[in-house]
Ligand binder design. Structure first.
Ligand code: ZN
Length: 176
């Protein structure tokens, strides 16, 4: 797996100046702001019709799962995770000025993990299942109660952790 140094923290607040405008131009400008924030290489990534189709399908599936409008679901390339030669995707929602970013696991049917700061290294890693409202609500309740939600298996193996993150139990040889 190709491991790259994380270049953005999708769990921090959205950039100021991102307009909430429902016109075509307003939506496009706001979506591009969010995409740049999550994926710093957004402006230089080449178009790829296969990836466009995947992004659109993910946006609709995630919107269906959480009762959102697909137009408000921003799907970008994942700057931190590749699966073989296939770069992953991230899904980002803004809600009352707060970012929520989700990792759709390739090869699964609607399994979404929410990214948040690792308790060991503070990098954005998958912290909990957020595939449907109850799962997301469980995570949000845990955060509100200042407790740790049950981490998914993917937590331990996520490439966004710092090289010697103390929170992971099964770190593989880190070559990056
Ligand atoms: Zn970590």
């Amino acid at each position: 797996m190709t491991t790259t140094e994380p270049t953005a923290d999708p769990t921090v607040s959205p950039p100021t100046g991102a307009r909430r405008d429902t016109s075509l131009v307003g939506r496009a400008v706001r979506a591009a702001h969010i995409a740049r924030h999550v994926d710093p290489e957004f402006d230089t990534r080449a178009a790829d019709h296969r990836r466009t189709a995947h992004r659109r399908a993910l946006a609709h599936d995630f919107a269906d799962a959480h009762g959102l409008d697909a137009i408000d679901v921003i799907v970008t390339d994942d700057p931190d995770r590749c699966y073989g030669t296939w770069r992953g995707f991230l899904i980002t929602i803004t809600d009352n000025g707060q970012y929520f970013t989700f990792l759709p696991l390739p090869g699964t049917d609607g399994y979404y993990l929410i990214l948040g700061p690792c308790p060991g290294c503070d990098r954005p890693v998958p912290l909990a299942d957020a595939s449907d409202p109850p799962a997301l609500g469980r995570y949000l309740d845990a955060i509100a109660d200042d407790t740790e939600p049950p981490h998914p298996a993917e937590f331990n193996h996520d490439p966004a952790h710092a090289a010697r993150c103390p929170a992971t139990r099964h770190r593989r040889g880190h070559t990056a």
